[in-house]
Design a protein around this ligand. Structure first.
Ligand code: B12
Ligand code: SF4
Ligand code: SF4
Length: 317
């Protein structure tokens, strides 16, 4: 079987498994490795120490899995509409409205990796990665032809926008590669940069994570710095503002492809007092299987307190 036929079979299976799109690329060094070094040097990773530890592999992804020289990159579409939020509630980012994707996408990714390995025969390796690990997912997705990296730093698929998750299978099986997505379809638009509530973009395609609501409500440990706490509005987990305003999402993002995670719009917000009377066991039972588990009970209480203070000042997401 030719490398092109193998790649076509892998993409067909990815589609059957529930992924919206798939592409294949090499693991050559990424062209914007210096942008990562600058980003780390400026302290934009905040307390995400793993970003420093993983930097060398992120820049040279052929060092992630011994022998691997190909990545199959897949897109998972979780787009959904957003309804107005009831009073005294906090907004949850779209991707987090149900099952955690690291766990949820894993069986389908394992299946895809097994299939790729089978195509290679003896000595073939194929390893799935969903967010975890040093895989530079957006760079590889752009190189695999799946979209461009927008000024908000998101990978934007021209057919479905950016409410998508990325995952990959690294392998040494010979699969035909796709052409990179070279065009920059942002043009002169700056909507995302202008709309960010915390001013987290020092420049287009550069995000100071320490100012980003997503970082502050999910990754950051300890108190949210006072100045920024007043700017998180009503978000209590993650933030979708720089995607909501993007014309590519407004025109092309549509639901209906979320067949694996089956996220639930009823989880688009939580009452701001939802965590007050919960203990750790109760929190685990209710949220242990969702992304809210990452900040944990203490983090969610902190986030709700900040949102409650903002709501009382008339802010909302
Ligand atoms: C750390 C991290 C965060 C941090 C920092 C985000 C950031 N922009 O760096 C925080 C916690 C803030 C965060 C937030 C979110 N994240 Co996040 N995050 C990651 C993670 C683990 C690493 C990203 C990274 O490498 N950052 C370092 C910086 C320097 O990289 P970068 O901004 O991507 O820039 C690179 C390229 O853009 C390129 N580059 C620079 N200049 C130029 C210029 C041109 C022309 C080109 C082509 C490229 C280019 O060089 C850089 C270095 O390689 C990835 C998963 C992974 N394994 O990669 C998920 C990931 C990027 N996150 C994801 C998601 C969904 C989110 C949120 C939407 C969640 C939410 N709703 O709250 C927000 C979005 C915020 C935003 N606008 O980025 C998805 C994005 C999917 C997509 N379609 O792009 C990923 C891929 C996870 C996944 N597996 O799906 N995240
Ligand atoms: S996710 Fe929200 S806070 Fe973070 S960069 Fe985008 S708009 Fe700004
Ligand atoms: S809002 Fe505009 S500038 Fe930002 S990512 Fe979308 S098209 Fe690009």
């Amino acid at each position: 079987m030719s490398a092109a036929a193998r790649a076509a079979q892998v993409k067909a299976l990815a589609s059957q498994l529930g992924f919206a799109a798939a592409g294949v690329t090499t693991l050559e060094p990424v062209p914007h490795g210096n942008a990562l070094d600058q980003w780390l040097g400026l302290g934009y990773a905040g307390t995400m120490r793993y970003m420093h530890r993983q930097a060398e592999k992120r820049k040279a992804p052929d060092r992630i899995l011994r022998g691997a020289d190909r990545a199959v990159v897949v897109i998972y579409n979780y787009a959904s509409s957003d309804e107005p939020m009831p009073p005294a509630s906090g907004r949850v980012a779209r991707y987090a409205r149900g099952r955690d994707y690291h766990e949820g996408l894993r069986p389908a990714l394992d299946h895809l990796a097994d299939f790729v390995r089978g195509l290679g025969g003896p000595g073939a390796v194929a390893q799935p990665y969903v967010d975890a690990g040093p895989v530079p997912e957006r760079e590889l997705a752009q190189r695999a032809g799946l979209g461009w990296i927008g000024k908000n730093t998101m990978l934007i698929d021209p057919r479905r926008g950016s409410f998508t998750l990325l995952a990959s299978v690294l392998t040494n099986v010979d699969l035909a590669i796709d052409s990179p997505f070279e065009a920059d379809r942002c043009g002169s638009c700056t909507r995302c940069l202008d709309a960010c509530p915390t001013g987290a973009f020092p420049a287009p395609r550069v995000l100071d994570a320490t100012r980003c609501i997503s970082y502050l409500t999910i990754e950051h440990r300890g108190d949210i710095p006072e100045l920024l706490a007043g700017q998180v509005g009503g978000w209590v987990f993650g933030c979708d503002v720089c995607q909501d305003v993007c014309p590519w999402n407004q025109k092309f993002a549509n639901g209906g492809e979320d067949t694996i995670l089956q996220l639930d719009s009823a989880r688009a917000w939580v009452p701001l007092d939802a965590f007050e009377d919960l203990d750790e066991d109760g929190f685990d039972r209710r949220y242990g299987w969702t992304p809210l588990e990452r900040p944990g009970l203490r983090g969610m209480r902190r986030n709700c307190a900040a949102a409650a203070a903002n709501t009382s000042h008339g802010e909302s997401p």
